[in-house]
Design a protein around this ligand. Structure first.
Ligand code: MN
Length: 365
């Protein structure tokens, strides 16, 4: 059935946080760890504006609220925000420090000092990108390998498992304590970006930091339940429908297998599940032994399809999604598109096809 979607606009750049981060291949991305510069700016500031990327995940919001609470503890006037839609995802509403959140419109337009977190470029700040441009000083705290080099002082390490790792170090260098509520935000960031300590970025240093956070009083079972292990009953109904609709294509993705499904507006309207509660569906689909690549197409309230992709490591879904206007990492990437889901999967299937000249490793099962 064909539907026209006059309201469908696919403009939001996609960059999921999940997955490992290889170092920048060309080395030209201006990483940098100017701890001294960052500490000097923070010490000199009276008022600090913090911002993280749009549609924040556990690392973006957890790191930002941890730092905001620390700065407030140091006596700074401090507000934290993120670009519209200014709605905290359900799974992150347990995070402490949300009293410091302000809507983007209520943030000072030209602050003396701004700190951007978990954002590879100003466009990831959405409607706060203009504030970042107008800030007299901008500290960028990030771990994405695809960063654009923005900011006047950079705390950027593509080798860090999470922005939370860098915020922990900044807090230490500021001489501030890890309070239980600061630690909870950092732990949420660390657990989110390591896939609950499962991804290859889960280094000994990650576990060292996790251990220090637990020692301060973080309860891992409570954070995990909030992040991943709870949902309204309607979510299970949506998940059941998505799994029932799933299709397995063994020949796709260079013969390594593709499994995909869709969640349209109607599929989630009856059970009353909002769009932002569908993130976990792909983690069920990606279990499929017979498929290297898992894909979930989710229709947002405007009728655009957000296409989430995951690979087990042998197929570069980040490159495929880049070809289709999105982005992300080798193992986890996404893009937004308009059209019928079957046509979108046709395009994705073609983008996933390996190039035999350059991808010998992806060519043989
Ligand atoms: Mn992150």
């Amino acid at each position: 059935m064909r539907r026209t979607r006059p309201g469908c606009t696919a403009v939001r750049a996609a960059a999921p946080a999940a997955g490992p981060r290889p170092p920048a291949p060309d080395g030209s991305r201006r990483p940098g760890l100017d701890w001294g510069g960052a500490v000097r700016l923070v010490r000199a500031a009276d008022e600090i504006v913090l911002a993280c990327h749009v549609v924040p995940d556990g690392d973006a919001l957890g790191s930002m609220l941890a730092l905001a609470q620390t700065l407030r503890g140091l006596g700074k006037r401090c507000v934290a925000s993120f670009g519209e839609p200014f709605t905290v995802p359900h799974s992150l509403r347990f995070l402490p420090g949300q009293e410091l959140l302000r809507a983007p419109a209520d943030v000072p337009a030209a602050p003396a000092l701004m700190i951007a977190l978990d954002s590879a470029g100003p466009e990831r700040l959405g409607s706060l990108a203009g504030v970042a441009r107008s800030a007299a000083e901008l500290i960028v705290v990030d771990h994405h390998a695809t960063g654009t080099g923005f900011g006047t002082v950079r705390l950027v390490d593509p080798g860090a498992a999470a922005t939370a790792v860098l915020v922990d170090e900044l807090i230490r260098r500021l001489g501030a304590p890890l309070t239980p509520s600061v630690a909870e935000g950092l732990y949420a960031g660390l657990a989110s970006d390591t896939g609950s300590f499962k991804y290859p970025c889960t280094t000994p240093q990650v576990h060292d930091l996790a251990g220090r956070l637990l020692a301060v009083g973080v309860r891992p079972e409570a954070v995990s339940r909030e992040l991943w292990d709870r949902a309204p009953f309607g979510y299970l109904q949506v998940l059941a429908g998505a799994l029932t609709r799933a299709r397995l294509e063994r020949d796709a993705a260079g013969g390594l297998g593709l499994v995909w499904t869709t969640i349209g507006q109607a599929d989630r309207e009856a059970p009353g599940v909002p769009y932002d509660q569908l993130e976990g569906v792909i983690d069920q689909l990606r279990r499929t032994d017979e498929a290297e690549v898992a894909v979930v197409l989710k229709e947002d309230d405007a009728g655009a399809w957000y296409v989430s992709t995951r690979s087990k490591g042998r197929v570069d879904v980040g490159r495929a999604c880049s070809r289709l206007g999105g982005g992300g990492h080798r193992d986890a990437a996404a893009y937004t598109a308009c059209g019928e889901p079957e046509e979108l999967v046709d395009q994705l299937r073609a983008a996933l096809r390996p190039d035999p000249d350059t991808d010998p490793a992806e060519n043989a099962p």
